[in-house]
Design a protein around this ligand. Structure first.
Ligand code: COA
Ligand code: AMP
Length: 630
């Protein structure tokens, strides 16, 4: 069957399509049907089934006689170590860890925050929660204490599992002080923490509150898998929205298992036993879906890579890992390839390694620019498949269904919608647009299994953010078009979210931080183009009347403030003091126009602009920061 047939098969019988896909999952009680319409545009999948994520990701492979297969490879060029864990070992490790958590009172439905670097113990912590039916929320290590505190207050976890430190090239990230700072800042206080001590930095533990990972597990009874309902939350993952308050995307257990398992063959074209590698971080959705859950549920070997595309030790790292571990399908962000290309434009490093095991490379997380795709294709000789999805969906909305049929690649397009997604381009009034016309990208409800059913503690925000603009549709927040052949093109975000090195960040959140600086009266943060990271945040601040301190002192404080409040991952380094911000007559800041000037793109002067002369002042400030040169 080709792609068209599979897609039409889904469209004509979605219920049958997903019930069939659900056969590949072990259920303690089979679901009676796939879709549960809760009314009022809310849907759930496989709600009355009973299953367990950890059983499907770990135990069942051992039961099936594959306990000796490697489940996780930890390849850490940062520490110079390599460690392999088989499925049988993984089951024992996770069952013991879950037993220790249970002994401390963690039960089904309890929330547990996980704050860990790229070590296998991060996956084990996720799986141990899943084993008990506890709901984990992983927080990326590049966020500051304040961001962690916001998540603690929203998820109200009973426990936090963390490592003593993370390792960035040339820098130890001291997790424990960040964690202590976050718990101090948060209103909600977890009952206890559970600390994985790394040899690179041993953290001080507070008696009776912080428990040592190994000591804590001593003598405990390993825990069995607790069956949970198909609509039981597997995890909450926070992502950036328009404001500083992150959105808690919920993932339900049943749909998550069914959809992710389906993608491994149909999109990533791997069979059980093959090695699959997603070079991301467990703190992001790519890490949840494609470092941890999907490869394990499907019985693949997954790689936990603790390193960077360049500098650990060189631009050949990717090819070395692919060759050493016989990776069949590789997934990374375009920005990582831009970094490799910058250091190794001719692909000299690729020639040093045998990458014949590799079948295809998958890119996602941000727009894949044609130069990068063409370069990667040229130096590797492999097909490069761009695919488009979001934290909210958890898996591909549009991509290449390589395991079904390798369709022609159109550079600049992430290819075609996956079964489950009826993708449409809508005009402002919500009317479908013609092929080739640019509009808002929306998905007709219901969304498929594995996507978000709602936001944690925030159903109103869920409706407002995704459902209210186009009734009957999910609004993706991206703009784009579909061509005559049904290929999708993603052009831009329609909100204040920017994408920095594949990391999703909120300019609104950064504005909230800048506005708290005592000398700042007003501010705007925009995303300007960057050759390496795709976009970079840039701040403009107007000072409170009477402040006459040196401007560079104030901008340095602003840069530090964003780093301290949001974290280094925001990469906020560009900031200027200006007298005024360009606005419409009704007072709306013209951020999009500022972006166009920064990127030296043509723009139409907005008819509603209050005072066009301000744009000249902005241009001067941009030029001082190295932008608007064209
Ligand atoms: N913990 C703590 N700090 C972290 C971190 C983590 N897990 N990840 C990143 N940071 C810090 C970095 O150390 C850096 O700090 P600095 O300002 O002190 O240098 C800052 O956050 C920005 O990091 P990063 O975005 O990684 O930029 P970089 O300049 O260090 O490296 C690239 C550039 C392109 C090599 C890097 O961004 C990269 O590997 N990108 C791939 C992104 C990716 O896989 N995204 C996943 C989406 S699918
Ligand atoms: P995140 O939730 O962090 O995965 O970010 C999702 C957003 O990243 C999307 O809404 C897009 O704006 C952008 N994005 C992800 N993948 C792609 C892609 N292949 N092409 C263009 N933009 C993408």
């Amino acid at each position: 069957m080709g792609y068209q047939e599979v897609y039409e098969g889904w469209a004509s019988d979605p219920e049958g399509f997903w019930m069939q896909a659900a056969e590949a999952i072990d259920w303690d009680r089979k679901p009676s049907k796939a879709l549960f319409d809760k009314g009022n545009d809310l849907y759930e999948w496989f709600a009355d089934g009973l299953t367990n994520t950890c059983w499907n990701a770990v135990d069942r492979h051992v039961e099936a006689g594959r306990g000796g297969q490697v489940a996780i490879i930890h390849d850490s060029p940062i520490t110079g170590t390599l460690h392999k864990i088989t499925y049988a070992e993984l089951r024992n490790r996770v069952a013991r860890l879950a037993g220790a958590l249970r002994a401390k009172g963690i039960e089904k439905g309890d929330r547990v925050i996980i704050y860990m670097p790229m070590v296998p113990e991060a996956l084990e912590a996720m799986l141990a929660c899943a084993r008990l039916g506890a709901i984990h929320s992983v927080v990326f290590g590049g966020f500051a204490a304040n961001e962690l505190a916001v998540r603690i207050d929203d998820a109200t976890p009973k426990a936090i599992i963390a490592a003593s430190c993370g390792l960035e090239p040339g820098r130890v990230v001291h997790y424990k002080p960040l964690l202590d700072g976050a718990i101090d800042l948060a209103k909600h206080k977890p009952d206890f923490t559970f600390i994985f001590q790394r040899e690179q930095e041993v953290a001080k533990l507070n008696d009776g509150y912080d428990f040592d990972w190994h000591g804590f597990q001593y003598g405990v009874e390993p825990a069995d898998c607790v069956p949970v309902e198909g609509n039981h939350p597997a995890y909450i993952l926070y992502t950036s929205g328009t404001t500083g308050a992150p959105k808690g995307v919920i993932r339900h257990t049943g749909g998550h298992l069914v959809a992710l398992n389906w993608t491994m063959k149909n999109i990533y074209n791997v069979d059980p036993g093959d090695t699959f590698w997603a070079a991301s971080d467990v703190g992001w959705v790519v890490g949840h879906s494609y470092i941890c859950y999907a490869p394990l549920v499907h019985g693949n070997t997954t790689i936990v890579f603790e390193g960077k595309p360049v500098g650990t030790p060189d631009a050949g790292t990717f090819w070395r890992v692919i060759s050493d571990h016989k990776v069949r399908s590789f997934f990374t962000a375009p920005t990582a390839f831009r970094a490799v290309k910058r250091d190794d434009p001719k692909g000299e490093f690729v020639k040093k390694y045998d990458i014949s095991c590799l079948r295809a490379i998958y890119l996602a997380g941000e727009r894949a620019d044609p130069d990068t795709i063409e370069w990667a294709q040229r130096v590797t000789g492999k097909p490069i498949y761009d695919h488009w999805w979001q934290t909210e969906t958890g898996w591909t909305i549009a991509g290449m269904p390589a395991g079904i049929e390798a369709l022609p690649v159109k550079i600049g397009s992430p290819s075609v919608p996956m079964p489950g997604y009826d993708v449409q381009i809508l005009d402002e009034a919500g009317h479908p647009m013609k092929p080739g016309e640019l509009g808002a990208i929306a998905v007709k409800l219901p969304l498929p299994p594995g996507t978000l059913p709602t936001l944690w503690n925030a159903e109103d925000r869920f409706r407002k953010s995704y459902l209210s603009h186009f009734p009957g549709y999910y609004e993706t927040g991206d703009a784009g078009m579909i061509d005559e052949d049904g290929y999708l093109y993603i052009m831009a975000r329609t909100d204040d979210v920017i994408n920095v090195a594949g990391h999703r960040l909120s300019t609104g959140g950064m504005e909230e931080v800048l506005a708290a600086h005592p000398d700042v009266a007003e501010c705007a943060v925009i995303g300007v183009s960057d050759e390496l990271k795709g976009q970079l945040p840039m701040g403009f601040v107007c000072l409170t009347t009477g402040v006459n301190r040196p401007h560079d002192e104030i901008t340095k404080e602003c840069v530090k403030l964003v780093r301290d409040k949001i974290g280094p991952v925001a990469a906020f380094k560009l900031c200027a003091v200006v007298d005024r911000l360009p606005k419409t007559r009704s007072g709306k800041i013209l951020r999009a126009t500022m972006v166009k000037i920064a990127d030296s793109e043509e723009f139409k002067l907005p008819a509603t602009i209050d005072d066009p002369a301000i744009l000249d002042e902005i241009k001067v400030a941009l030029q001082a920061l190295g932008y608007a040169k064209g």
